[in-house]
Design a protein around this ligand. Structure first.
Ligand SMILES: C[S@@+](CC[C@H](N)C(=O)[O-])C[C@H]1O[C@@H](n2cnc3c(N)ncnc32)[C@H](O)[C@@H]1O
Length: 229
C-alpha cells in the first residue's frame, strides 16, 4: 500500500544467567502443571509491550491488577510504566513463581523503584474481593485449558472488579484452540468448542482492541475489552 510501511520490531533475547534461571523455573512450573501454566516459555518482550498498552493510554493514578504473573516478564514492563500514585496487585497461584517475584522486587532496580506500590498475592484470582476497584486488568491465565463455565466465571469476575471505563487486556495463543481441536478426543473437542463460544460472546460484545504479536512462542493475540453496557 503506497505510503504505508510495515514495521517489524525485533526484540532482544536476554541471554543473561538470570534470564536462563527464569526460563528454567518457568519450564519446571509448566512440567508440574501444564494446565495451570499453559505454556513452556515466559512471554516475550513484544507480548509484554502489547499487554501493557493501556498503561500508556490512561493517566495516573491507576489501580492495576496483574493475573497470572508467572516469573514476571509482563510485570517487568508494568513496573517500568508505573507512575507515582499507581498501585499494582499481583495474583499468582504458584508459590514458586511468587517467591521469584518477591526476589525481583528486592533486587532489580526497576522493580525496587515501585516496590512500595505493589502487593503480591499467592492466590487464585477467584479469591479476590468482588468489588469494583481496578482501572486496568492484565491477565495471562490460560483460558484454553479451562472448562467453558470457568472461562465465563473469569470474564464475570473481571467485569465485577473493573471500575466503569476500566479495561481488561488478556492473551491467547493464535490458533491455540483450533490446533488443539485437531488432536483432541471427542470430549476435549466439545470443551474447546464451548470455550470458543464463551470467548466469542464476550469478544463480540466488548472488544475495543486486538493485536497480533508474532514474536512470541507461540505467536499470540492480545485482546482488550471494556465491559460498558
Ligand atoms: C501462561 S502463564 C503466563 C505467565 C507470565 N505472565 C508470562 O506471560 O510469561 C499463566 C500463569 O497464570 C497462573 N495462573 C493460572 N491460573 C491462575 C489463577 N486461577 N489465578 C492466578 N494465577 C493463575 C499460572 O501459575 C501461570 O504462572
Amino acid at each position: 500500500m503506497p505510503g504505508k510501511k510495515l514495521q517489524i520490531k525485533f526484540t532482544k533475547v536476554r541471554k543473561s544467567g538470570k534470564g536462563l534461571q527464569e526460563r528454567m523455573l518457568f519450564l519446571r512450573g509448566a512440567v508440574k502443571n501444564i494446565h495451570q501454566v499453559g505454556s513452556i516459555l515466559p512471554s516475550s518482550q513484544a507480548v509484554a509491550q502489547s499487554m501493557t498498552q493501556m498503561l500508556r493510554q490512561q493517566p495516573a493514578p491507576r489501580r492495576i491488577l496483574e493475573v497470572g504473573a508467572g516469573t514476571g516478564p509482563i510485570t517487568a514492563r508494568i513496573v517500568r510504566e508505573m507512575k507515582p500514585g499507581d498501585h499494582l496487585d499481583i495474583y499468582e497461584i504458584d508459590p514458586k513463581f511468587t517467591a521469584f517475584l518477591v526476589e525481583r522486587f528486592a533486587r532489580e532496580p526497576n522493580f525496587q523503584r515501585v516496590a512500595h506500590q505493589v502487593a503480591i498475592h499467592t492466590d487464585s484470582i477467584e479469591a479476590i474481593k468482588p468489588q469494583a476497584q481496578y482501572d486496568i486488568i492484565i491477565s495471562a491465565v490460560p483460558f484454553t485449558n479451562l472448562p467453558p463455565d470457568a472461562v465465563k466465571l473469569f470474564f464475570e469476575t473481571y467485569r465485577t472488579i473493573l471500575r466503569p471505563d476500566g479495561v481488561l487486556t488478556y492473551i491467547e495463543f493464535i490458533f491455540g484452540r483450533t490446533i488443539l481441536r485437531v488432536f483432541a478426543r471427542k470430549d476435549a473437542r466439545k470443551r474447546l468448542r464451548g470455550v470458543d463460544n464463551v470467548v466469542r460472546r464476550y469478544v463480540s460484545a466488548y472488544e475495543i482492541k486486538r493485536q497480533i504479536v508474532p514474536f512470541n512462542a507461540p505467536p499470540a493475540r492480545i485482546r482488550s475489552l471494556r465491559f460498558d453496557e
